[in-house]
Write a protein that binds this ligand. Structure first.
Ligand SMILES: [Zn+2]
Length: 552
């Protein structure tokens, strides 16, 4: 047992899962100030209990390190789940009818600013109409109407929304993004990828300074309620720095942020790796290779199926997506930022795109050897076992979007890729077998922040309709817990301060209603056994930032 300082402010006794290999389970934890003072047995810790020490007997509950979201978008989620955006995500509007009800109501109530909505997904909300510009103009003839696809990788907008931001047929496509155009070159009301989406949505959704603080407070609360104490922000725009600083001063930011600035055509950042402190720190650069499986623009070696679903996405029979960036562009962007000392995190889903990125990064590491580079691949839906092995040998890790299996598991197999390529989606088992230390994530507003769901899905690979996908890709509860804590901390260059219950690290903790190890014991985990464990309390640097109410 390690001890630093005098009496503890708070001591927990009961089930403690530390995620620290030197002592994976302990009987208790002592906290002093913002740090973990000691971890160990009851008798040792009893000596740290003074007259003012609060003692918590966990009983059936369990104490774990606060969850770490390796790849989120808390800054955009703060806006997109805020009051200025109509929420039509499949998690709140599961059917096409529910989507249209929400849109009609919003258009009815809208003022001159129009309606900006988020969460369109015809694969889950089956029967949605084709969102052509004509259809959008019919719904809202005079005022802006723009709808972001749930993946964030495409959007639809009417003429007034284009007019409001000065986008016309002559507007050039941003790098890696595009506006849809008809045969005569006129805008067709669709767009692909972040660069173009920012042009349509950005100015309309610019919050006031106070609005931004409120949005960050609400977002922090959402993350804390899920047990999250640190989140990667994989779409950081330096323009939000002043807003983040103000939110912090106001006490609204109760989650640590690890920022990945979006790569741009300029291929340089005004910041430096490591800028910031323990609460908000800039660690890396985000780049993209391809897009979203739900839109049809991921680069795979195999075609999409020809189904009513793929046709509804506008995909032709035998459709194969392609990357948004050329191999040369990926190599150039990687080189520019990596040579400047940055960690890189690349969005990549299709196996063909994974090859492109691995080729680029293998050459990059030869030109710029760096022992602790921590290059990251993001989402990796169709990454193969051989590719995981190749990446692991290069010291590259992956953050896996395991929650895809829960919401889109049936869509992956039946509608998009068939059993051969759909079932092994998000192949955490292959990744673990390669020796890679993987993480999980919910990708901002794409799925809700739900680390316990991620853990359950990695263990069961069961979709929300009960289908099990490629059970050989299951991993253990222990492995899944690490993916949501210490492994994520490592990817965020933060394992020296967070990610495990270790003396000297920050007292970032979560109290769960019961231990996921107990809930997940045995070979067949009941649906909800882990996902539905209540988050009783979340603690950031020794301070309680979330406490469950009775109704939770
Ligand atoms: Zn993302």
């Amino acid at each position: 047992m390690t001890v630093m300082g005098d009496f503890a402010d708070r001591v927990f006794f009961g089930t403690v899962l530390t995620m620290d290999d030197s002592m994976p389970e302990a009987e208790g934890v002592a906290v002093h100030g913002e740090r973990i003072l000691a971890v160990g047995g009851r008798t040792e810790l009893a000596r740290l209990i003074g007259p003012d020490t609060a003692v918590t007997e966990l009983g059936d509950a369990a104490l774990l390190p606060g969850f770490v979201e390796a790849h989120g978008h808390p800054l955009s989620e703060a806006i997109f789940l805020g009051p200025d955006v109509v929420d039509i995500r499949p998690v709140v509007a599961p059917s096409a009818d529910a989507v249209m009800e929400r849109l009609h109501a919003a258009i009815e109530a809208a003022g001159a600013d129009g309606v900006y909505a988020n969460g369109w997904d015809p694969l889950l909300q089956t029967g949605l109409p084709e969102p052509t510009m004509g259809w959008l103009n019919g719904l809202s003839p005079e005022r802006p109407l723009a709808i972001l696809h749930n993946s964030g990788h495409s959007a639809f907008f009417n003429s007034a929304a284009a007019r409001a931001v000065g986008v016309t047929r002559d507007t050039p496509d941003p790098v890696g993004a595009s506006f849809g155009r008809d045969a005569s070159g006129e805008l067709d009301g669709s767009l692909r990828e972040v660069g173009a989406a920012e042009m349509i949505f950005g100015p309309a959704l610019q919050p006031t300074p106070n609005g931004f603080i409120d949005a960050i407070r609400a977002e922090s609360a959402r993350l804390n309620a899920a047990g999250i104490t640190t989140a990667g922000e994989l779409g950081y725009n330096p323009g939000t720095a002043a807003g983040i600083a103000a939110a912090r001063v106001a006490g609204a930011l109760t989650v640590r942020l690890r920022l990945y600035e979006m790569s741009t055509a300029a291929k340089q950042s005004a910041g430096r790796p490591g800028d910031g402190d323990e609460l908000v720190r800039q660690v890396g650069i985000k780049l993209w290779a391809d897009g979203s499986p739900w839109v049809g623009n991921i680069a795979t070696s195999f075609p999409y199926l020809d189904t009513p679903a793929t046709r509804s996405l506008g995909l032709k029979p035998g459709h194969r997506g392609h990357a948004n960036y050329t191999p040369e562009q990926i190599a150039e962007i990687s080189e520019a930022y990596f040579a400047a000392g940055w960690q890189l995190a690349c969005h990549v889903h299709g196996d063909a795109a994974v090859d492109t990125v691995l080729d680029a990064w293998e050459a990059l590491l030869q030109r710029h050897p760096r022992p602790d580079h921590r290059l990251r691949l993001e989402h990796v839906g169709a990454m193969s076992a051989a590719q995981f092995e190749r990446a692991a040998a290069l010291g590259i890790t992956a953050s896996i979007f395991i929650d895809h299996l829960y919401y889109w598991g049936d869509v992956l197999v039946d509608d998009l890729f068939g059993p051969e390529h759909g079932a092994p989606w998000a192949a955490a088992g292959s990744a673990a077998a390669s020796g890679m230390r993987i993480s999980f994530h919910n990708d901002g507003q794409v799925t809700p922040p739900e680390p316990l769901r991620n853990i359950e899905i990695a263990v069961t690979r069961r979709s929300n309709r009960g289908r099990v996908l490629a059970p050989e890709q299951r991993i253990s509860v222990e492995q899944a817990l690490r993916a949501q804590s210490i492994n994520s901390a490592e990817q965020l260059f933060s394992e020296h301060e967070i990610g495990s219950i270790t003396p000297g690290k920050f007292a970032d903790l979560v109290v769960l209603g019961r231990s996921p190890l107990v809930a997940g014991a045995g070979t067949d985990v009941a649906a909800g056994a882990i996902a539905d464990i209540p988050v009783l309390e979340t603690i950031l640097a020794g301070v309680t930032v979330h406490r469950a109410t009775r109704s939770d």
